[in-house]
Write a protein that binds this ligand. Structure first.
Ligand code: FRU
Length: 495
C-alpha cells in the first residue's frame, strides 16, 4: 500500500470532499471480505471498542475510527446503538477531534452514567509543532437530544510526575460513592503501570490522583493500554493490553497481548494481590477489549479483532478490522470464562445436524457448507490421537483446527486460509486446554473465525481471508475414531 504522509493521516473528515468519501464507500462496499454480523467500518480503519454502556434502555457501542483509509491517523469515535447487541444502528461519528486538547485524536475511553445523563471519559491526544505528544483526560456529556458537550478543559490535564505522556484509555467505575478512573500509563523507566484517579465529591470536573496500583508485575512490558477494572463473582479483575512482552512457548505470540489478572484489590493501600497474567484470547487477532454490564446485570466483553502495526489484506480496499462478537464473562475456578452472548441465537436460521464417526480414512464430509455460520461440535467419544476440523475449505483453501488428545492442545493453523496479513510470523496459534476437548462453538463470518472451546474455557479469534468458493467443512483424524455430533446454523446478519 502507498505510504501515507503525516498530512494525509491527519486530514479531518470534515475537510474531505463528499464525492471522495462516496467513492471510498463504494470501493469498500464492493470488498468480498465484508462481514455480515460483526461491527466493521463503512470506510477506513476501526480499532478499540469505546464507550460501551447500557443506558436508558439502549446499548451504545463506539469504536476508534480513522475514516479515510486503512491506517492509524486522526481518530474519531464512531457510534452505534442497539436494542439487543445483535443488530446495530450506525449513528455516525460521536466524538470528533475538534478541541486543542484532542486535535490529534479522540483516543480510547469509556462511558458512565451520572444523574440520568450519559458521559464519556476519553484521552485527548495532542501533538505540538515538534510532534511532541501530550495526553490529557477529557469528559464529554451526551445531551438528551444527542448533542455532545465537551467540558471546556481536560479534567486531568497531564500525567503525574514520574510518568511519560503514554497516559491514556481511562475506564470509569464507581467505588464507595466516588467515580474512579483506571488509566494506562508508562513510568519514566519505560515500564507499563496502572494509575488511579477519583472524583472529589462526585464532581466530574474535579479529579484527584489516588496513586499507582501496586501489582506483582514489576517488569511486564513498556506500556499497558486499555485497562479495565471490575468486580465479578466476588473477585477483582483487571483486563489490560500490555505491549513489549516476549513470546514464551505458545504464549504471547502476537505483536501485543491482552489478558487479565484476578485476585483481591485493596483500595486503601492500592495493592492488588493477583494470579498470573492470562491471555484472554489465543488466536491471531484480538486486542484492546472493554467490558460493561448489560440489561441483565451480566458482564459483557467486546474486543478489537485486529492488532496495531500489522497489514491486513483489506488495507488496499480502504478499510480494515472489525469488532468481535460480544462475550459474556464469568469467573469459574479462578479463571475467566467467555461465552458467546446468548442473544446471538437470534441470528440462527437453517439448522442442520449430523451424528457420526470420523477416522483417518473416511473424512467425514458434510453436505452442508457456508461462509456465515455457527457450528457446534460435541465430541461424544474420542479414541483419536489427533482430530482435524477444516473449515472454509475449497480446492485451494482450508482453515485448520487440530486437537491433540494427549497434550489436550488446540491449534489454529492459517497456512492455507487464503490471503494473510503480511507481517505476522508463524502460521499457528496453540493453547493447552484445562480439560479434554468436549465442545467447540465456532462463529464463522465472511472473513473471521471465533472458536470457543469447552463452553468458554478458551477462545481463539482470527481474521481469515479465504476465497469465496471456500465453503466446505471436513473432519478427519490422525489415527483412531472420533464420534461427533454436529449442529450448524446459518447466521443471518444485516451488515
Ligand atoms: C490501543 C490504542 C489506545 C489508544 C488508541 C488510539 O489500540 O493504542 O491505547 O487510545 O488505540 O487509537
Amino acid at each position: 500500500m502507498a505510504e501515507w504522509s503525516r498530512e494525509e493521516r491527519y486530514r479531518r473528515l470534515e475537510d474531505v470532499e463528499s464525492t471522495q468519501l462516496e467513492d471510498l464507500k463504494h470501493q469498500v462496499a464492493s470488498s468480498k471480505y465484508r462481514q455480515t454480523y460483526h461491527i466493521q467500518p463503512e470506510t477506513g480503519l476501526l480499532n478499540d471498542p469505546n464507550g460501551l454502556i447500557y443506558f436508558d434502555g439502549k446499548y451504545y457501542v463506539s469504536h476508534q475510527w480513522f475514516p479515510l483509509g486503512a491506517v492509524h491517523g486522526l481518530k474519531y469515535w464512531f457510534n452505534y446503538t442497539s436494542d439487543d447487541l445483535v443488530t446495530f444502528e450506525p449513528q455516525g461519528p460521536i466524538l470528533k477531534p475538534d478541541t486543542p486538547y484532542d486535535s490529534h485524536g479522540v483516543y480510547s475511553g469509556s462511558a458512565f452514567e451520572h444523574e440520568g445523563h450519559l458521559y464519556y471519559m476519553y484521552t485527548g491526544n495532542h501533538r505540538d509543532d515538534n510532534w511532541e505528544r501530550y495526553a490529557s483526560q477529557m469528559i464529554a456529556k451526551v445531551e438528551k437530544d444527542g448533542t455532545i458537550h465537551k467540558f471546556g478543559q481536560p479534567v486531568i490535564a497531564h500525567q503525574p510526575d514520574g510518568y511519560t505522556s503514554h497516559f491514556r484509555d481511562p475506564k470509569v467505575f464507581e467505588y464507595e460513592g466516588e467515580f474512579y478512573a483506571i488509566i494506562g500509563a508508562q513510568n519514566n523507566n519505560e515500564l507499563g503501570r496502572f494509575l488511579f484517579y477519583k472524583t472529589v465529591e462526585r464532581q466530574l470536573d474535579k479529579w484527584e490522583f489516588v496513586g499507582e496500583l501496586h501489582t506483582n508485575l514489576e517488569d511486564f512490558g513498556y506500556m499497558w493500554e486499555c485497562p479495565d477494572y471490575f468486580k465479578l463473582d466476588g473477585e477483582d479483575v483487571i483486563l489490560f493490553s500490555p505491549q513489549g512482552l516476549e513470546a514464551k512457548g505458545d504464549k504471547f505470540r502476537n505483536i501485543y497481548q491482552s489478558g487479565y489478572i484476578i485476585g483481591e484489590l485493596d483500595f486503601d493501600s492500592l495493592t492488588f494481590e493477583h494470579n498470573e497474567f492470562i491471555e484472554l484470547d489465543n488466536g491471531f487477532d484480538f486486542y484492546a477489549p472493554q467490558t460493561f454490564v448489560d440489561e441483565h446485570g451480566k458482564r459483557i466483553l467486546i474486543g478489537w479483532m485486529g492488532l496495531p502495526e500489522i497489514n491486513y489484506p483489506t488495507d488496499e480496499e480502504g478499510w480494515a478490522h472489525c469488532l468481535t462478537i460480544p462475550r459474556e464473562l464469568s469467573v469459574e475456578d479462578g479463571k475467566l470464562r467467555q461465552r458467546p452472548l446468548k442473544a446471538l441465537e437470534k441470528l440462527r436460521t437453517n439448522k442442520e445436524t449430523a451424528l457420526g464417526y470420523a477416522d483417518k480414512f473416511s473424512r467425514m464430509l458434510y453436505p452442508y457448507e457456508g461462509t456465515q455460520y455457527e457450528l457446534n461440535i460435541e465430541i461424544l467419544e474420542n479414541e483419536a490421537s489427533e482430530i482435524y476440523f477444516e473449515l472454509r475449505t475449497s480446492r485451494k483453501c482450508s482453515t485448520l483446527i487440530t486437537y491433540n488428545t494427549r497434550e489436550q492442545k488446540i491449534t489454529l493453523d492459517r497456512t492455507e486460509s487464503g490471503l494473510l496479513p503480511n507481517n505476522v510470523t508463524d502460521m499457528t496459534r496453540s493453547t493447552i486446554l484445562d480439560t479434554p476437548l468436549k465442545h467447540l462453538q465456532i462463529f464463522v463470518d465472511t472473513s473471521s473465525i471465533e472458536i470457543f472451546c469447552n463452553d468458554g474455557e478458551r477462545v481463539l479469534t482470527s481474521r481469515i481471508f479465504p476465497d469465496e468458493a471456500a465453503t466446505g467443512i471436513k473432519t478427519s483424524t490422525m489415527s483412531g475414531q472420533v464420534y461427533l455430533q454436529f449442529t450448524k446454523y446459518e447466521l443471518k446478519g444485516e451488515r
